[in-house]
Design a protein around this ligand. Sequence first.
Ligand code: ATP
Length: 454
Amino acid sequence: MKNNDSLEKIISLCKRRGFVYQNSEIYGGIQGFYDYGPLGVEMKNNIKKLWWEEMTKNHENVVGIDGAIITHPKVWEASGHVQNFTDPLVDCKKCKKRFRADHLLEKIIIEESGAADEDVIASLTKALKGKKCPECGGELTKPRRFNLLVEVGLGVVEGEKNKTYLRGEACQNIYLNYENVLDSLHLKIPFGIIQIGKAFRNEITPKQFLFRQREFEQWDLQWFVNPKEMEKWYEYWRKERMKWYQELIEKKENIRFRKHEKDELAHYAKIAYDIEYKTPFGWKEWEGIHWRGNWDLSRHGQYAKKDFTYTDPETKEKFIPWIVETSGGVDRTFLFLLLDAYREEKERVVLSLHPKVAPYTVAVFPLLANKEKLTKQAKEIFNNLKEYFNVAWDDRGNIGKRYYAQDEIGTPLCVTVDFQSLEDKTATIRDRDTMKQERVAIDKLGDFLQTKLK
Ligand code: ATP
């Protein structure tokens, strides 16, 4: 299978089996927006639950919030987004296509937030010299900047609306609520606040399906530390996050760290790593592990005229907390897990998804739909298992087809009730990955599945 074919196949499977649809498809679609279907939303919720539990249950001193998508417009001035959240773009003079200037280069040459704007544009202009349009070979314009924040107007009277923005990154709510959370829960540094939430960016070239959208979901941890302990905690979270992603995928060779070059670093960052995944369109960012220093709290302190100095209750040491950020994409996780799990075998397509991620953990079938006794027994099993697992029901077509249909959506196990079940109270369990079948006592099914899925 050619590399790009695999993305096309995932897109087609997503539509066919109800994972993801193009948004507003009946009107011809709208670029950079997608809707999750019945199976997609189950899988996405499973992924988010796994992350949430990993952060709050497997780590101490991490609590969550769920902030509003719209905030005071000053937030985006303080964060630097109004001034800096821009992409340098070039247009093709011939075919009129527009590209991100840095995407036309082999190497990102400079990070915008650290350097003066003229320097960025000048160095991009130099690096792009002689480059032609990748689509038609036409001549390119000089790079120009466009802001990525999506504006909204609040109010009902035209001409009197207040301009603000849909959040360009979800993490800002965490800085805004840092003090609230600290005070209401009496936390001590080091501690972390997490959030999963939507972010909006006027991406110029939304592409590669869920990879680059205009509306997407992020998960963030902001870990507040004493500056003296920054190095230790940065390393800690970097390793923790990699370990978590590695456990979710089968093809371990497709994940790596990429250390940011010195000239890519934001001015407040001493070090930055991306966790990257090897997609059919190259190694791509999955999550960023960022050294943010005291940049965020200092900026909000300055703009909101507040003092975020923290006093250590034991040593009485005073400091503005520094931040380790881990910021990843929910939709990218969804896509990368599908890419990792997709397999074509002789007669079947299989998604070998992690059992905790798969939309259904188990499917239950009566061997024949028109035999009342079989259906009744199968329904009983279905209802019992439903209390503990996401369970699918299928009684259409023949049993082989049903197995293949479940393989294609990643259901790890199928339970079939046949005539023997009526006599000896056992059912057949069939494994997605090995295709092996075994008989298990019906009253032991719950325990069996629990152990198997661990
Ligand atoms: P990129 O360089 O790919 O544009 P970024 O460095 O701007 O990403 P961050 O601002 O660090 O991304 O956002 C954190 C995470 O949010 C990213 O690691 C990625 O997983 C996800 N993300 C960012 N932009 C998008 C997008 N347009 N569509 C889907 N996910 C995104």
